[in-house]
Design a protein. Structure first.
Length: 508
C-alpha cells in the first residue's frame, strides 16, 4: 500500500478510478530501480537528490515517488562511522558543557577531550556525531523483487489498496468464494456472506466505516485485495468510497490488478489479536477439546455464518475418542453497531447448532445473544480462558454422563496394562464411571488394570535386593506406571539407603 499523498485517482463521471500505470511507464520504473542500484554505498541524501531530479523530468512526480516507495522497502540503510553515534554525541556534549563552547577553538577543544575519553581522534568523533541521522545513512544494499514490468504491476496493486482505504463497504464475487471467505477470516475483517442469484457475495466492512482503530484495520483490509488478486481466477470487486464526504463507486476486476511474482500475504501477525491470544492460551491448557480455526460455513437463513473457531470433543486429547461433538465459537469485538445487528440476525437464523459467543462488554448485547439460545461470555480486552472452560464443562459433563450410561456391564481392554484414567479418557467418561464396570480379564492394581499373566511374569523378573530404578524399568516395559501399588501387590516394599536410592525388600 502507498501513502495517501501518493494516491492518483480520477473522479470522472462521478466515479472513483485509480490511475494505473501501464506498459509505457516501465521505462520510468527501470530508471527508478537503476537510481537505487547506482547509489549503493552512498548517503541517502545523494539518493534523494537523484530521485528529485527524476521527478522534475517525469510527467507525474507522484508516479516516481510511488515507484521509489516500493523499491525503498527492499533497501537496507546503515550508519557508517568510526564510533557509535549515540556514544560519540553523549561524550562530545558532556565535553562541550565542561568547556563552555562559544568559539570554534572551544569546539575543537571539546572534540579533543571527547576523543581522548573515547580513545580515538577528533576527526573520528566529528564524523560519528550525526552519522545515524536518516539523511546521513548509507544505502548498504537494495534487492528489488521485481523487474520494471513487475514493479508496474506492484504499483497498480498498491495504488488500488490505497484507494480502498477510504471504503465504507466492499462487495466481492469470485470463482472461489471459499478461499475468499477463508482469507477474510484470517485477516479478521468484519464481513457477511450474502446469497445472490449468481452464487455468493462476500460483503466486507471497509476501514472508513469504523469509529476506531482505523489504521490497523485498514492495513489488514488492504491485504485482502492481494489475496483476492492472487488466489481467485475471475473476480469483481465493487466498493463504496467516502471521498471527503461524497460517496463514489470504485470497481476493480482481475483485468485491473494482479500480484506480480510473489505469494499473497493473507496471514497477519497476531501480536495483539484477541483471537490469536485466546487460541494460544487455550491450546496451552491441553483440555479435552481440540480447537479448530475457521471451521466450515453454517447456513443461516439466506446468509452464511463462518464462526471463528470450533471446539471438538477429544477426551484425553484423542479426537477419535468419545462421541463426535462440535461446539462453535464466535468472538464479537471491534464491530460497528450496524455490523452487530447483522451478526445477531445471522445467529438467530442458525438451527441445531451449539454456539458460544464471547462478546465485548462495550457492545452491550449479551442478553440479545442469550435470547437467541446461544451462550454469551462477556469479556473486556481479552477473552478469559477460564470462562470458556467453564462454559465447555457444562457440555462435557453431559457428554460424559451420556457415555457412561452407554457403558456395558463388563469391559475387556486390549492392552495388557492400562491406567484407569487413560481408559476413561478413551471412552469419554469419568474414572468413577469406569470403576463401576467389571473387568473379567484384568485385575485392578492401584489405579491400573493389569492382566494376571503380566503379574505372574513380573513375579519372576523382580526379586528382593533389586534396585528400585531397575524394578521400575521392568514395570514400565509392561505398561505399568504406578510402581508403588504394583510392587506392593508383588509382595515388596522399598527400603531407602541414604542418597543411594531405594532397594526392594520382601514385605513382612
Amino acid at each position: 500500500m502507498l501513502t495517501k499523498d501518493l494516491l492518483r485517482v480520477s473522479r470522472a463521471g462521478g466515479g472513483y478510478h485509480p490511475q494505473f500505470a501501464g506498459a509505457d511507464d516501465e521505462r520510468l520504473a527501470a530508471r527508478v530501480i537503476g537510481i537505487y542500484q547506482g547509489h549503493v554505498g552512498e548517503p541517502r541524501e545523494a539518493l534523494d537528490a537523484a530521485l528529485t531530479d527524476l521527478e522534475r523530468e517525469a510527467d507525474d512526480f507522484k508516479l516516481v515517488r510511488g515507484f521509489a516507495k516500493l523499491v525503498d522497502r527492499e533497501a537496507t540503510y546503515e550508519a557508517r562511522a568510526p564510533l557509535p553515534s549515540e556514544r560519540a554525541r553523549k561524550t562530545a556534549f558532556e565535553a562541550a558543557e565542561a568547556v563552555g563552547v562559544v568559539t570554534a577553538d572551544d569546539r575543537a577543544d571539546a572534540l579533543a577531550r571527547a576523543a581522548d575519553r573515547l580513545g580515538s581522534d577528533p576527526a573520528a568523533v566529528e564524523e560519528s556525531l550525526y552519522a545515524d541521522r536518516e539523511k546521513r545513512q548509507v544505502l548498504a544494499s537494495v534487492e528489488p523483487r521485481w523487474d520494471p514490468a513487475e514493479l508496474v504491476g506492484q504499483y497498480n496493486l498498491s495504488l488500488a489498496q490505497t484507494a480502498l482505504f477510504d471504503a465504507t463497504e466492499v462487495r466481492v464475487r469470485s470463482d472461489d468464494p471459499t478461499t475468499l471467505v477463508s482469507a477474510v477470516k484470517r485477516l479478521r475483517l468484519m464481513y457477511e456472506v450474502r446469497r445472490t442469484g449468481g452464487g455468493r457475495e462476500v460483503v466486507v466492512t471497509g476501514p472508513d466505516a469504523l469509529f476506531r482503530s482505523t489504521r490497523r484495520y485498514g492495513t489488514r483490509f488492504a491485504r485482502l485485495l492481494r489475496s483476492v488478486a492472487a488466489n481467485a481466477g475471475e473476480w469483481r470487486l465493487e466498493a463504496t468510497i467516502d471521498d471527503r464526504g461524497t460517496e463514489r463507486e470504485l470497481v476493480l476486476t482481475d483485468a485491473d490488478v494482479s500480484v506480480p511474482g510473489v505469494e499473497p500475504v493473507a496471514e497477519v501477525t497476531f501480536d495483539s489479536g484477541v483471537e490469536a491470544d485466546f487460541a494460544a492460551r487455550f491450546d496451552a491448557l491441553d483440555l479435552d477439546w481440540a480447537l479448530t480455526r475457521e471451521p466450515e460455513p453454517l447456513a443461516a437463513g439466506e446468509g452464511v455464518v463462518v464462526p471463528d473457531f470450533a471446539f471438538d470433543y477429544a477426551p484425553g486429547g484423542d479426537p477419535d475418542a468419545g462421541p463426535d461433538y462440535r461446539i462453535y465459537f464466535e468472538i464479537m469485538g471491534f464491530w460497528t453497531p450496524e455490523y452487530v445487528e447483522k451478526k445477531l440476525s445471522r445467529l438467530a437464523d442458525l438451527e441445531d447448532v451449539e454456539m458460544l459467543v464471547a462478546v465485548d462488554e462495550s457492545l452491550g448485547v449479551g442478553e440479545a445473544i442469550e435470547a437467541r439460545d446461544h451462550r454469551a461470555i462477556p469479556y473486556s480486552g481479552r477473552v478469559r480462558v477460564k470462562d470458556v472452560r467453564d462454559a465447555l464443562r457444562r457440555y462435557e459433563e453431559r457428554l460424559r454422563a451420556d457415555a457412561a450410561a452407554d457403558l456395558p456391564d463388563a469391559l475387556r481392554p486390549e492392552p495388557d496394562a492400562i491406567a484407569l484414567a487413560d481408559l476413561a479418557a478413551e471412552l469419554g467418561v469419568s474414572e468413577d464411571a469406569v470403576e463401576d464396570v467389571a473387568f473379567p480379564e484384568h485385575e485392578l492394581v492401584g489405579r491400573t488394570l493389569v492382566r494376571p499373566g503380566v503379574l505372574e511374569a513380573l513375579d519372576g523378573e523382580i526379586e528382593a535386593g533389586m534396585s528400585l530404578s531397575a524394578a521400575e524399568d521392568r514395570l514400565r516395559e509392561r505398561g505399568i506406571g504406578d510402581s508403588s501399588a504394583a510392587l506392593s501387590r508383588l509382595g515388596y516394599r522399598v527400603e531407602w539407603e541414604g542418597l543411594g536410592g531405594g532397594v526392594l525388600r520382601a514385605s513382612e
